[in-house]
Write a protein that binds this ligand. Structure first.
Ligand SMILES: [Zn+2]
Length: 535
């Protein structure tokens, strides 16, 4: 056995017990953890790195992200820092000044809270978008605000009907489109005619994002779409040695999917390269609370969020049964209480009919009652949570759009990370980048302090739902490994496990919650290969 890399003077943190292992050396060989030294690699030609007491944790894995579509979306004007319409207008005006004749204005990260009480519409934004084609993603990536010129170019002049139950061309009382498009099918009307980046541009942008992710300490991610060219992008980047994350990619299954589409999805499982693999399927049970497209047991205070994304929810149940029988793990976006309940019902039925097998998960779980919380552990369903969606897009005093729409009772059941963990559910953490920043320490910090990252002086939102430091770390290590069925080879520091590591300057379990996001990431190692190094 020839060690490839030996890390000495390391503090090796076990995400299960929270204790340091009784060793200070880690020897990596053939992409795996070979052992704990001592002197494992000296004289063998292996590179030896003295970590000087830095803390090694298993490589951090983001349980929910969108690398390629995110790289494409974040190419335009960044509106994610705009908290009012004046700021939005001035960012858009700056972006408009840069445009060449006929060029589209693209933007992303628009928060509906920036509109105050005004409707999210092209008119509310004002003349800055007049006469130019513009398409701006709202922060949830489930909706888009487009200019009048873009509507005209796409031939949208009134309401439309879609297969996706909650998709909508929002129109005013006179039936005229306001510029707000809800859900993928409606956004696609404009996406289809807007200019796209070239394959090369997309590869470059994705490579840049992945490099930054590795530098932030990520060694892997569960990518929740295989849209457009994304699989070809991953393949090209791997070929070029520019894939510093291990990615599991779940293609979408849309309402209306027939036997041929499901068979194709089953056939593609495992397709991929050394570091990327098609694994599982992504489905949607609803949209978002902010857009009024979630599926709630009772309507929100605008009378919205009453319907499922699948116009026939029973068809969704049948698809889950089919995929479970074929051994395909599913991840379903379910935000409202009715949506989450329906997914759990579907998994329960699949288990009853076909026995245990594929591991299923629910993405987001934004508001659920107690009895639903308890069902996750019983059914072995993973709760995939994005705590920074709560901390950065809602407010502790419930004056934000999300909380107002839900009302007090349901807003008080927001993002119940701790309740789910205490009820025995496996809680995977993630960013949903580009919806929220991908830095894993920032997401773990949000899970712990529940405060908005832009101002840590603000009060925490439901501090009772804060995760302990150990549970937050498990959410980026043990839990994603289990959700992927890889708990015997990933997520811990043990001989034979993957040599995927993140090296931190401080102990993430004892550093104060409000300082965690600023802890330097000294090194990231993927399969024994250094993908980021700052020591
Ligand atoms: Zn997502």
């Amino acid at each position: 056995m020839h060690p490839d890399l030996v890390l000495t003077n390391a503090r090796l943190l076990d995400p299960g017990s929270g204790a340091f292992l009784p060793h200070d050396t880690l020897t990596l060989s053939g992409g795996r953890i070979a052992g704990f030294g001592p002197d494992g690699g000296r004289g063998s030609g292996a590179e030896v790195v003295d970590l000087d007491g830095a803390v090694v944790v298993p490589g951090l894995v983001d349980g929910h992200l969108h690398p390629v579509s995110g790289a494409e979306r974040t190419a335009g004007a960044d509106l994610s820092g705009c908290t009012d319409l004046a700021a939005v207008r001035s960012e858009l005006a700056a972006a408009r000044r840069e445009l060449k004749d006929g060029q589209w204005l693209r933007g992303w990260g628009l928060d509906p809270n920036a509109f105050g009480g005004l409707p999210v519409s092209a008119d509310s934004v004002g003349p800055v978008l007049d006469g130019i084609p513009a398409a701006i993603d709202l922060f949830d990536a489930h909706s888009m605000l487009v200019s009048r010129r873009a509507l005209e170019l796409a031939g949208i002049d009134g309401p439309r009907r879609f297969d996706q139950g909650s998709a909508e061309v929002v129109c005013d009382d006179s039936g005229r489109p306001t510029g707000l498009l809800l859900e993928d099918a409606a956004c696609e009307l404009v996406e289809a005619i807007a200019p796209r980046p070239s394959f090369e541009e997309l590869c470059r942008a994705t490579a840049d994002v992945l490099r930054r992710m590795a530098a932030a300490g990520l060694t892997g991610g569960h990518a929740m779409d295989a849209n457009g060219d994304s699989l070809a992008v991953y393949a090209a980047l791997e070929e070029r040695g520019q894939l510093p994350l291990r990615l599991r990619i779940a293609p979408w299954v849309q309402p209306g999917a027939g036997p041929a589409e499901l068979a194709e999805l089953v056939r593609r499982q495992g397709e991929g390269g050394r570091r990327w693999q098609v694994a599982g399927a992504k489905l949607f049970m609803d949209g978002t609370i902010d857009n009024g497209t979630a599926w709630l047991e009772l309507p929100d205070c605008h009378g919205e969020s009453t319907g499922a994304f699948w116009p026939d929810p029973a068809a969704y149940t049948r698809v889950i049964g089919e995929l479970h029988r074929a051994g395909v793990a599913t991840a379903t976006h379910a935000i409202g209480d009715a949506a989450v309940r329906h997914v759990l019902d579907a998994v329960e039925l699949a288990l009853a009919e076909h026995g245990p097998g594929a591991r299923h998960r629910v993405e987001h779980v934004e508001t659920v009652p107690d009895d639903t919380v308890a069902r996750f552990a019983a059914l072995g369903v993973t709760a995939s949570m994005q705590p920074t969606h709560c901390t950065d897009y809602t407010r502790a005093d419930h004056t934000d759009n999300w909380s107002r729409r839900l009302g007090e009772e349901r807003a008080n059941r927001a993002f119940r990370c701790r309740d789910l963990a205490e009820a025995g559910a496996r809680v995977v953490l993630g960013s949903d980048w580009p919806i929220a920043p991908f830095e894993p320490l920032g997401v773990m910090a949000g899970a712990r302090h529940r405060r908005p990252s832009r101002d840590l002086q603000q009060p925490p939102h439901l501090p009772g739902q804060a995760l302990s430091p150990l549970r937050a770390l498990a959410g980026y290590t043990l839990a994603p490994a289990w959700a992927a069925g890889e708990e015997t080879r990933a997520g811990r520091l043990a001989p034979g496990f993957r040599a995927d590591l993140t090296v931190l300057a401080r102990d993430p379990l004892t550093v104060p919650d409000t300082e965690l996001a600023r802890v330097p990431v000294l090194m990231t190692v993927l399969g024994g290969e250094v993908t980021h190094r700052a020591v």
